[in-house]
Design a protein around this ligand. Structure first.
Ligand SMILES: Cc1cc2nc3c(=O)[nH]c(=O)nc-3n(C[C@H](O)[C@H](O)[C@H](O)COP(=O)(O)OP(=O)(O)OC[C@H]3O[C@@H](n4cnc5c(N)ncnc54)[C@H](O)[C@@H]3O)c2cc1C
Ligand SMILES: NC(=O)c1ccc[n+]([C@@H]2O[C@H](COP(=O)([O-])OP(=O)(O)OC[C@H]3O[C@@H](n4cnc5c(N)ncnc54)[C@H](OP(=O)(O)O)[C@@H]3O)[C@@H](O)[C@H]2O)c1
Length: 382
């Protein structure tokens, strides 16, 4: 049965949950803002398993909504159709229903039609021309072309259909329901950057960090990840690699392994920039070590020294022992950045198998493929 099955609530009918804890994990001196959130699922009946994610429907930044309304000369009360077909004031539609942090192709095409100095946008939008639209879009939101091309003005009814529907964001769940009951914990890096001299924020991460306080303010649903579960046999060893926010599901899995009395050993690799400011959940992991739940714990703080140390370097340092764990039936888990980290860790694993298992590169590929087929190599990367 899916996690959603026990509840009335789903992606189509999200539960209006309440944020109860919003705590900064990164300390002074950190270059990041990563936060721990706790959300109450109240009487929703929503259930999840460790490894699942929580879907969050965010609201846009009201200051950005206000600037778009001002630039287009709207009061905010003009009535428009939202994607569900309901008639709502445009301010509410821009807050809750539409993407305003990235211009859609339709908006750029309409801007190019209305303002002759934006003609070049037509070239960017032509799929047969090799100009990269992505370069233009990088760091620009819906307000940017409206500020730049002052002849591009629309009625509210013209404007809203030029925007895409705002989508929910997924977050790996950082708690076990067997431990926290009707709560769900998340570990989230808040997206903040400055572009074209304007500070900008990620929609969902800043919504949770800044605008989600108050009863029932966070529409959520659970998203099942059947392939990212703790091993079915509690005696199976687990190796977990989770740098940055990739740590989230492993906090959940350690809670679960402790509360269920699982006898398999647990080995965690965590990495972040600096040990003094970015060592999330340090006390909890040290307690798991003291309690014997965490058999091995290796950290890689990339900026504590002049050269980079990443989790894959720690993996390589422990090649012989890791290979022993694999030979003993261990399950391997990885979570976090898909673009670079997961690929580099995968390459390191192949090296481990070659080095410690005395295998050729081809045999190492077969060995890792066999782990994947046996569901002993599980990924949750984004
Ligand atoms: C299964 C799954 C699990 C996940 N789990 C977690 C988790 O546990 N914790 C977590 O923090 N995230 C997690 N994520 C990522 C999360 O879903 C969001 O993508 C993330 O929080 C950003 O969303 P946002 O709405 O805050 O930012 P958005 O509004 O989506 O903005 C992000 C975008 O901003 C732009 N951008 C960012 N930086 C810059 C810059 N410097 N210059 C110009 N443009 C920039 C990029 O276009 C980027 O794509 C997970 C994703 C998936 C799919
Ligand atoms: N698309 C991208 O280019 C990209 C890159 C990173 C993160 N992200 C996204 O940004 C969000 C937040 O990231 P996060 O805060 O969870 O942490 P993160 O940026 O992934 O950083 C966590 C740790 O991983 C290190 N790291 C960087 N590159 C690595 C690599 N190739 N292999 C192993 N470790 C590496 C970082 O070191 P240093 O910072 O010192 O290099 C840091 O110590 C996530 O959504 C993630 O997917 C995207």
């Amino acid at each position: 049965m899916s996690a959603e099955g026990a509840s009335l609530y789903s992606r189509k009918n999200p539960f209006r949950a309440t944020l109860t804890v919003n705590r900064r994990l990164t300390l002074s001196g950190s270059e990041k803002e990563t936060r721990h959130f706790e959300i109450s699922l109240g009487d929703s009946g929503l259930q999840y398993e460790v490894g699942d994610s929580l879907g969050v429907f965010p609201e846009n930044d009201p200051a950005l909504v206000g600037r778009i309304l001002d630039t287009l000369g709207y009061s905010g009360g003009e009535i428009v159709s939202n994607p569900a077909g309901a008639q709502v004031p445009i301010r509410e539609a821009l807050l809750k229903d539409f993407v305003i942090t990235e211009p859609s192709k339709q908006l750029l095409a309409a801007v190019a039609e209305k303002d002759s100095s934006a003609e070049f946008l037509k070239d960017l939008l032509d799929p047969s021309v090799k100009t990269t639209l992505d370069d233009y879009l990088w760091g620009r939101d819906v307000l940017d072309p409206l500020l730049e091309f002052t002849a591009a003005r629309f009625t509210p009814e013209e404007f809203v259909p030029l925007l895409r529907k705002l989508q929910p964001r997924l977050y790996s769940i950082a708690s076990s329901q067997k431990v926290v009951g009707g709560q769900v914990h998340l570990t989230i890096a808040i997206v903040r950057y400055t572009s074209y001299d304007r500070p900008r924020t990620g929609v969902a991460s800043s919504f949770l960090a800044e605008r989600a306080e108050g009863e029932g303010r966070v529409p959520v649903f659970t998203h099942t990840a059947k392939n990212f579960r703790v091993p079915e046999d509690p005696a199976t060893d687990m190796i977990m690699v989770g740098p940055g926010t990739g740590i989230a599901p492993f906090r959940a899995m350690l809670q679960e392994r402790q509360v269920t009395g699982a006898t398999g050993r647990n080995w965690l690799f965590f990495g972040e920039q600096r040990s003094a400011s970015d060592f999330f959940y340090r006390d909890e992991f040290e307690k798991y070590q003291a309690d014997g739940v965490l058999s091995k714990f290796d950290t890689a703080f990339s900026r504590d020294q002049a050269f980079k140390i990443y989790v894959q370097h720690r993996v390589l340092e422990h090649a012989a022992e890791l290979y022993d764990w694999f030979e003993n039936g261990a399950c391997f888990f990885i979570c976090g950045d898909a673009a670079r980290m997961a690929k580099d860790v995968d390459a390191a694993l192949h090296e481990v198998v070659q080095k410690a298992g005395g295998k050729t590169p081809e045999q190492a590929v077969e060995y890792i493929d066999a782990l994947k087929k046996a569901k002993r190599y599980r990924k949750d990367v984004y």
